[in-house]
Design a binder for this molecule. Structure first.
Ligand code: UN1
Length: 481
């Protein structure tokens, strides 16, 4: 056990408020360890946070971009300076391994620094009007308060990639983090305050669906950015669209990794291993469907099986752990139920899928590799969000592409091949917002756009140069002297 139980509070208008234990975050590697307790709002705190964010908006949006840039840059610096300590907290609270936790914290720090730069990038243009004597200019303006609803699987990177651009472009923020990972979100909120954000510019409210609904339904909130499940997303969309709020949603994937006969075997295995199992498969970009052409299939499965056998599952904070626990009892139940579903559907389990009872009580399950699966099986259509990968055998590239393009999702898609022809064709024709050649489907850069198509995403992409579209309003001005 690392360091006692944190008592967290909401952050509203620069003050830490509220008390209570409605939310309890447990260490998934050792559930005797209570990482934090936090109050759970039933709506009134959320409304106060929105009021504080509304009040802070005029001066924040009208301040020099340098003011915003400096706050974000300092926040980035502080996050990077504290990456080891924060990475440890993150790994303890969420269950990804320590290197993964420290890496995620570093990513969050870099995101703040990237948007410190973007805050200074003015994006307007001037255009000659078709009418003599008239000038046309475009500019981008902040909108107001943004409501950000973040998931538990990237408890600092996702709050960072929603908050940093919102703030950079002059908006104010109310963040509702996931109830499984409140401590990591609170650590980020503290740093944003310490970096000099004026009161009310950034607010943090803990709570479940009641608090979330209060945020989404409130007419003072200009836009909602959500990452989470399809079910929750559908409810958010109804509320947000009804009142014409700006909306951006990212709701997971069933990401295909295609392995062609001409792939380098080691590289294909490494892509599958990383994409499917690292972070316990709890990434919306995880390679959960591995589509393999027939001549390489058996060699690939044997080599991947051997690698999976070598993955040590254990306490996220132990140095020799490669795969941490899953994040919660609910995730564990989901993973185990899909293993049963796979068996009933006729998939063959090559390795893994055991509930592990280790020395410490935690949500441990061994990574699962399924073979002899059909594209239509539930394990190949539904997002499991755990260390489960299924292999589909296909005859050739054309069938691989067709299988990759089946289903409802379209976030990330990868191909492992030494053929430029197939790599290029796949990049152009696979239905996904992000494509990877000879790389895992998961693990994205922090400075480029992120997002999917079809049921994976809704609204403009996040991150990189794309973020400005969601967090600003484009204005076109005509001026006659
Ligand atoms: C990554 O693959 O590096 O929730 C990021 C998720 C995604 C982030 C994936 N929004 O898993």
């Amino acid at each position: 056990m690392d360091s006692g139980t944190l008592a967290l509070r909401h952050l509203i208008g620069g003050d830490w408020v509220g008390a209570g234990v409605g939310i309890e975050s447990l260490n998934p590697s050792d559930t005797r360890d209570v990482v934090a307790r936090a109050p759970s709002d039933e709506g009134s705190v959320m409304r106060a946070a929105i009021a504080a964010a509304s009040e802070a908006f005029p001066s924040w949006s009208e301040a020099s971009p340098e003011v915003r840039s400096d706050v974000l840059d300092r926040a980035g610096t502080l996050i990077l300076e504290r990456r080891n300590q924060l990475g440890r907290l993150l790994a303890r609270e969420e269950g990804k391994t320590l290197p993964e936790g420290v890496g995620e914290v570093a990513r969050a720090g870099r995101i703040f620094k990237f948007f410190a730069g973007e805050a200074l990038r003015r994006t307007g243009v001037t255009v000659d009007s078709t009418r003599p004597g008239v000038e046309v200019a475009t500019c981008r303006q902040p909108l107001g308060v943004f409501g950000l609803i973040a998931p538990w699987n990237f408890p600092i990177a996702i709050p960072a990639w929603k908050s940093a651009p919102a703030l950079a472009f002059g908006n104010t923020v109310v963040l509702k983090p996931a109830s499984l990972t409140p401590a990591t979100a609170a650590a980020m909120a503290e740093i944003i305050q310490e970096a000099g954000a004026p009161k009310g510019v950034f607010n943090l409210v803990f709570g479940g669906s009641v608090a979330g609904t209060a945020l989404v339904a409130d007419r003072r909130v200009a836009g909602i950015s959500f990452t989470g499940s399809q079910g929750v997303g559908a409810g958010i969309a109804r509320l947000a669209v009804e009142r014409q709020a700006r909306l951006q949603m990212e709701m997971g994937g069933k990401n295909p990794l295609v392995v062609l006969d001409d792939a380098e075997l080691d590289r294909a295995v490494q892509c599958a291993l990383d994409g499917a199992f690292f972070a316990s498969g709890q990434r919306c970009t995880a390679s959960s469907r591995i589509i393999v052409t027939k001549a390489i299939h058996d060699r690939f499965v044997a080599a991947l099986r051997d690698k999976v056998a070598g993955l040590r599952v254990g306490d996220a904070l132990d140095a020799d752990t490669r795969i941490g626990p899953v994040a919660s009892q609910a995730q564990l139940d989901t993973v185990l139920s899909y293993i049963e579903i796979a068996a009933k559907e006729g998939a063959r389990r090559v390795i893994g899928g055991e509930r592990l009872n280790l020395e410490k009580p935690g949500y441990y399950v061994s990574p699962v590799l399924l073979v002899d699966t059909d594209p239509g099986m539930r394990v190949n259509c539904e997002e499991i969000f755990g260390p489960v990968a299924s292999v589909v055998r296909v005859k050739d590239y054309d069938e691989a592409l067709a299988v990759a393009n089946a289903g409802e999702f379209g976030l990330s898609a990868g191909i492992v091949t030494s053929s430029l022809k197939y790599a290029h064709h796949f990049t152009r024709h696979v239905r996904a917002g992000m494509t990877m050649v000879n790389l895992p489907t998961a693990g994205v850069d922090y400075h480029v756009p992120f997002g999917g198509t079809r049921k994976s995403s809704y609204g403009p992409h996040e991150q990189g140069a794309a973020a400005v579209e969601f967090y600003t309003q484009l204005k076109t001005s005509y001026i006659s002297a």
